[in-house]
Write a protein that binds this ligand. Sequence first.
Ligand SMILES: [Zn+2]
Length: 402
Amino acid sequence: MECEYSHDEMILENIGNLTTFNPDSGEVETTSNTSLAIEDGIIVEKGIGEKFDCSECLVTPGFVDPHTHPVFLNLRVDEVAMRKAGVTYEEIAAKGGGINSSINGVRNASEDELIERVSKRMDQMIKLGTTTIECKSGYGLNIESELKSLKVIHQVNKRHEMDMIPTFLGAHAFPPEFADDRDGYVDLLCNEMIPAVAEQGIAVFCDVFCENGYFNVDQSRRILNTSKELGLIPRLHADEFEDSGAAELAADVGAISADHLMAVSSVGMQKLADKNITATLLPGTTFFLDKDTYAPAQTLMEMGIDIALATDFNPGSCHIQSMPFIIHLAIKHMDMTVEQAFASSTYFSAKALNLEHKVGSLTIGRKADIIVWDVKKLENIPFHDSDVPIKMIIKNGKAINS
Ligand SMILES: [Zn+2]
């Protein structure tokens, strides 16, 4: 049959359950036996487009993954066996492994090599339902390789259906050449690297790994204030291993999100609540490293803090690409309900990227980033813990696999 409509118009018909967080009511809501119209990549009230039969299945927004480290060359697969054998992180690093091997990989790779790797990773993740993703640099740790990493994100974003939001994470670790001159590296970040990133306009956010033994609170404050003055929005890796005062710093600098928070203090939580800062939790890392230190999601929620969930996809400590699996972990290990975990993977994860008015919910005027599932209801998503039953992904109003 010939199609008389442009491909920018589509109607999803015979939706069994349309489930989305509703920003007006503050609840996850389900509308049964409904349809959804799309025009020019946006959800509209009424449509005239080509019809797609959803066979009474579930329809949700695409997932938003607000914390990933996808710009690296190779996975550090050998470290899993080393960790199992009791070799510590410091010993792995002393043998040239850990983050140092990722730094060498990125520094020695060409832009094209990295573009190819990152594109493939985006192919995988979009198939798993992620339609918007935050992507950090942070394995270059010198001007040239950090700018190269951000250019790679920019190039892949231009060619790929995935919406990629770039974050500068030059303060991920201290590079080997600055091991004995940490303040010297902070000088380099503030005086040269952040201004270069800001001038090129290739990052939205600036992130810091703020933790005792890594970037301390004073160094992190200086880096984030410098980036803020130059137009980058601050976000933090905060209190992952111990309470380092990072959540308090997130509140002080007005960060959009404080991430990890496994060891956050009650004072830190109160400050996040007072400043309405989203807590981005990464249960995949705890799971992948075989630990039991999951972030205190219940307490954070009781204090009224918005929770976002993310994969923390990276070459060493977490290779999970699937937001449905993160939802499974959040329910199992952080006692979140399926509705809470779903809202934290769509609307609130969009909020952690300052994008909640564009993506993360299915209401009129939002981007048509949609998952048509092969199952009937929301509870199926975490239940399918090792497969992702997706019938079709719609990105910017266009079907990208079927
Ligand atoms: Zn991270």
